[in-house]
Structures are given as structure tokens and as C-alpha cells.
Ligand binder design. Structure first.
Ligand SMILES: [Zn+2]
Ligand SMILES: [Zn+2]
Length: 391
């Protein structure tokens, strides 16, 4: 027993024998797997030999979202890489830009889970990026929820091996070939057939680029104002939920509205849904982008044409960013109730709305939008007149 323990410790003290350099935007799990393959070991065996004794259970967790300072330290020591370089490969390093502080074991909605029964199979990738790589590797951005397509190669990401339909799981690789070889049937993932995104979808690629740029510089430009990227990403899910109204959605100026409705219809009819879901997610992402273009016109039109109230935008939204709250306060009038308080900002928002729609702005029309009687509601009349005077 004593001897065995000594043996284990002896192995643990070793430095890694081959240390691949981390590639731009590489995922931690991709780098670790490349290193394991260099050592002619499976990922879990490599872990057990060099990093910790519980290799098997460690490698079955989401290594890219794991927050384990001890592990980061060990990896830094044994690879002689700076700990910052190790940390940069973890999805945790996007905290503050892509998501707010998160002490949960599971990634927030901005990051795709490794498997999601409804939307995709496993880790996603662009076969053409893999093909162009001198050393094929997996990127962090392929796990971001908004990143459904590769703008460079104009194709949707893929979530499996197209020969055997297996998902991509590094911990299951037993061959000692490259990372881009399917663990099960050993087909080269770089050879997967891809279909180019047709020109009517190119608006969606613009959206992916917009989100990517916002994330990389830490802010978005909306109506010439800088908005912290994390505020936009924290609001993303709520907006996408509101937009996903299927056949009922009124968003006529959105360039892919017909494609969206078509997919929703097909999703109701077909059994094999995952490939279509990726496309649907891609379109929903571009709809969120659309809301922030021609600001605030598209946003306001969306609310009015779909009869969405103030409450719809804020209800059940946990940890709502102040920026989002203020935007909704400014653009969406509060709900229609008799004799309720009416604020000046509601009247201002109603006037703004009417102007954008090129409609007549007068006491009657404004009161209709606010939802009160145009001569009886004293508070409204007083405030409307005051505002009118000051303009
Ligand atoms: Zn690509
Ligand atoms: Zn396969």
C-alpha cells in the first residue's frame, strides 16, 4: 500500500512531457486533449497520471466552465505556462463581459451546455475552420450561445459527426490521432459536408459579427452610446424569449421573417428537429440584433405590433440590468389602468412612438397610446399640457 502511494506521488510530481502552445481563442478542454494525445493517453488517463487521481470523473465534467483554482495552478506549474494563459482558455474568463458573476457549476444561458436535448447534440464546430488550422483545435466562441454560424466561412456550426451521428466528446477519444477525428467511427470531421448560408441569411452573419465585436471590446454601440457588453448579453435571453412568438410574430421589417416562420412550421411537423433548431437559434439571434438597429424604431415597433406591455418586458427578469430597465422605461409606456398614476416619461414615450410611426401627435392620440381618457384623466391632461408648453 505504502509503495503504491509513493508511486502515485512520484507520477504527480512530473512536469508534462509535451506542452502544446495554446492557440488563439482555444478552449481549455481542447488544449488539454491535444496534450493528452501527445502523451499517447486518453484524456482521463492523462489526468489521472499527471494531474489528479480522479481523472475519470474530472474529465466527464464541463472542464471549460469548471472553476478550480487548484487545477489552474497545477496546470500552470506543470506546463510552465503563466496562470493567466491557462485562465484565458477557461470560459470563466468571460465573466464580466459575457455573463455576470456566476458561482453555479453550470454555465449561464449565454454559454451552450455541452449537450442540450432540444437544440443541439454536443460541442459545436466549423469544419472549415478546422480544415484551415495547421493544428486543428476547438474555439471558445463555438460555445457562445450567439455564435451559431461561422461568419468567415458562411456556414452554420455543426454539432456531430455526420457519418455516425455521434456528438463531439473529447473524453471519449481513444485513438491517438488528431482532435478533429471522430472518437467513434474515426471519420475526419474536417471532411464533413457543409451547406453555404444562402444570401437571404446573410443578415444573420452580420448579427453574429456584431455580437462577437461587442464581446471582444466589452461594449456595444447602440444609438451612438456605449453599452457594457454584459448588459446586452444578460438581456439577450429575455428578448429572445419575447421574440420567439412563432406564427404570431409581427416583425415585418426583419429580413428573415419568412424563413423564421417557415422553420417554426417545419419544427411542428418533423420529428428530426435538431438541425433545424440550430437554424432557428441563428435566426432568433439575428432578431435580437435587429431590435437594436435603427434604434429605437425597431424596438418600439416590435412592442406595439405585438401588443407587448411594459410588464412583458420586465416580468420575471431576474438580475435585470439597470440599462435594460431604463431602456424599457423610456420606450414602452406602462400598462393601461383606469385612474392610475401617469408619469411624464410615459407621455414622452408615447409621443416618441407616434412620431416614429409618422402618426398625428395630439392630446387624443397620445392618450390612446398611454391608455387613458384624453379629457377626463386630470393628471394626464395636466402633464400633457405642461409638456406641450415646454416643447
Ligand atoms: Zn469557419
Ligand atoms: Zn463518427
Amino acid at each position: 500500500m505504502a509503495k503504491r502511494k509513493r508511486n502515485r506521488d512520484w507520477i504527480q510530481d512530473y512536469f508534462f512531457l509535451f506542452i502544446p502552445s495554446p492557440l488563439p481563442d482555444e478552449l481549455l478542454s481542447s488544449w488539454l486533449t491535444r496534450m493528452a494525445l501527445e502523451h499517447k493517453r486518453t484524456l482521463s488517463l492523462f489526468f489521472s497520471l499527471f494531474i489528479r487521481h480522479d481523472g475519470n470523473s474530472s474529465t466527464r465534467t464541463d472542464l471549460d466552465f469548471l472553476f478550480d483554482e487548484k487545477l489552474f495552478k497545477t496546470l500552470s506549474q506543470k506546463s510552465t505556462l503563466d496562470i493567466k494563459e491557462i485562465y484565458r482558455m477557461s470560459l470563466r474568463s468571460e465573466e464580466g463581459q459575457l455573463f455576470t458573476c456566476n458561482d453555479s457549476l453550470y454555465p449561464p444561458l449565454q454559454i451552450r451546455k455541452l449537450t442540450d436535448k432540444r437544440n443541439h447534440n454536443g460541442l459545436m464546430y466549423c469544419p472549415k475552420c478546422l480544415k484551415e488550422d495547421k493544428i486543428p483545435y476547438f474555439r471558445k466562441k463555438w460555445r457562445y450561445d450567439f455564435y451559431n454560424a461561422c461568419p468567415k466561412h458562411r456556414i452554420l456550426l455543426i454539432d456531430r459527426c455526420w457519418r455516425c451521428y455521434s456528438k463531439i466528446e473529447f473524453s471519449k477519444i481513444k485513438h491517438q490521432k488528431e482532435l478533429c477525428i471522430c472518437y467513434k467511427c474515426e471519420k475526419d470531421l474536417r471532411e464533413n459536408i457543409t451547406t453555404a448560408i444562402s444570401s437571404n441569411y446573410s443578415y444573420g452573419l452580420k448579427a453574429v459579427k456584431w455580437f462577437e465585436k461587442g464581446l471582444s471590446r466589452g461594449y456595444f454601440l447602440i444609438n451612438k452610446q456605449k453599452v457594457k457588453s454584459v448588459f446586452v448579453f444578460d438581456s439577450f435571453t429575455k428578448l429572445r424569449y419575447l421574440l420567439h412568438r412563432k406564427e404570431k410574430l409581427n416583425l415585418n421589417e426583419f429580413p428573415m421573417i419568412d424563413e423564421y416562420k417557415d422553420i417554426c412550421k417545419k419544427l411542428n411537423e418533423y420529428n428530426s428537429k435538431k438541425a433545424l433548431s440550430i437554424k432557428k437559434e441563428f435566426i432568433l439571434t439575428s432578431m435580437v440584433y435587429f431590435l437594436f438597429q435603427a434604434y429605437p424604431k425597431n424596438f418600439i415597433n416590435f412592442a406595439y405590433e405585438n401588443n407587448l406591455t411594459y410588464r412583458d418586458f420586465v416580468h420575471d427578469f431576474k438580475n435585470m440590468p439597470f440599462w435594460y430597465k431604463k431602456m424599457v422605461d423610456d420606450l414602452i409606456p406602462m400598462q393601461n389602468k383606469v385612474g392610475r398614476e401617469i408619469s411624464e416619461s410615459e407621455i414622452v414615450a408615447a409621443i416618441k412612438y407616434l412620431k416614429i410611426q409618422n402618426k398625428i401627435v395630439n392630446q387624443l392620440e397620445v392618450s390612446k397610446v398611454v391608455g387613458c381618457h384624453f379629457t377626463i384623466h386630470k393628471q394626464f391632461v395636466k402633464k400633457y399640457k405642461k409638456l406641450n408648453k415646454s416643447r
